[in-house]
Design a protein around this ligand. Structure first.
Ligand code: ZN
Length: 298
């Protein structure tokens, strides 16, 4: 039996700067009805709506951006990760700038905000994404694979960086709210100091600082103590959950990622959406409109 869809009990807001744009932005989270899903609204662009859907995703190496009708919203992966991880299905996210604020570089501020608002259960079940066969995407030694052995979603992630603080890290975690908020949400984004200048010359990381990322130099950490010894792989799990949230449905199965990033995550999400739409089960367009289907079936 699927759980009920949820939304927030009340509106809450948070302010900060965008990691890449450096622009200050205010973000307001409002309750939304069953079937609405997560939808961003750019108040500075006449309220243009950008649904959190994999079809509107474009990525570069360091973040996931959504675009719809010529309007975009950047760095959506941490807030979407918090929503999926905590089981928040329906929310209108208003912002007055081009990018979700980076805050401390983790998903924890969003989780705390959702908890402060409280969750409202709605009288409509969530729709699981119906994928009954294994799915895999890979590039050389990098890859992401899915096996349909639920119930629930389990993620195994492996990373390897030639750095004394990182090295090889592997984590397996069950994606449930209590596990998510304690083990995954606090893990911060990370980057290498030598890459920062290159990023800035491309107009990226302008809001990045030692306060909102784990910054590594050649041998150590510039930004103070880690929150977990394996904070790096935990953040990769956080990012993957955020990118998979663009499917707009609940996943049941085991996902195994190796040295992946946003581009491969999104390619994998698209492969899952195709597999769901070709599945003989009920889900002809589950990846496109799962929650609207759920509400229209009621
Ligand atoms: Zn991230």
């Amino acid at each position: 039996m699927s759980r009920s869809q949820t939304t927030l009990k009340t509106s809450v807001s948070i302010e900060g700067v965008g990691l890449h744009s450096g622009h200050p932005v205010r973000t307001v989270f409002r309750p939304a009805p069953a079937g609405h899903g997560i939808v961003f609204r750019r108040l500075d662009r006449d309220g243009a709506e950008i649904p959190a859907r994999v079809g509107s995703a474009s990525t570069f190496d360091y973040a996931t951006t959504l675009s719809s009708g010529g309007v975009s919203v950047g760095t959506v992966e941490h807030v979407l990760s918090a929503a999926y991880g905590e089981g928040l299905d329906n929310c209108s996210i208003e912002l007055d700038g081009p990018e979700i604020p980076i805050l401390d570089g983790s998903a924890l501020p969003f989780v705390r905000l959702f908890h402060a608002a409280g969750f409202e259960r709605l009288d409509v079940p969530v729709t699981p994404l119906a994928v009954n066969q294994p799915v895999e995407v890979s590039r050389d030694s990098r890859g992401v694979s899915f096996r349909p052995d639920g119930p629930g979603l389990t993620i195994t992630y492996e990373i390897e960086f030639r750095h004394p603080v990182v090295g090889r890290q592997e984590l397996t975690v069950a994606v449930k709210p209590e596990e998510y908020s304690s083990k995954i949400a606090p893990a911060r984004t990370f980057g290498f100091a030598r890459e920062v200048e290159a990023l800035r010359s491309r107009g990226l990381a302008r809001g990045g600082s030692l306060q909102n990322a784990v910054v590594l130099d050649e041998t150590g950490i510039l930004s103070g103590p880690l929150r977990f010894r394996d904070e790096f792989v935990r953040h990769k799990v956080l990012d993957l959950i955020g990118d998979l949230a663009l499917l707009g449905a609940v996943l049941d199965g085991h996902i195994h990622a190796r040295k992946a990033g946003h581009a491969l995550h999104i390619e994998f999400a698209r492969a899952l959406a195709r597999a769901a739409s070709s599945s003989p089960a009920e889900s002809a367009s589950a990846a496109e409109q799962p929650r609207r289907r759920a509400s229209s079936r009621r």
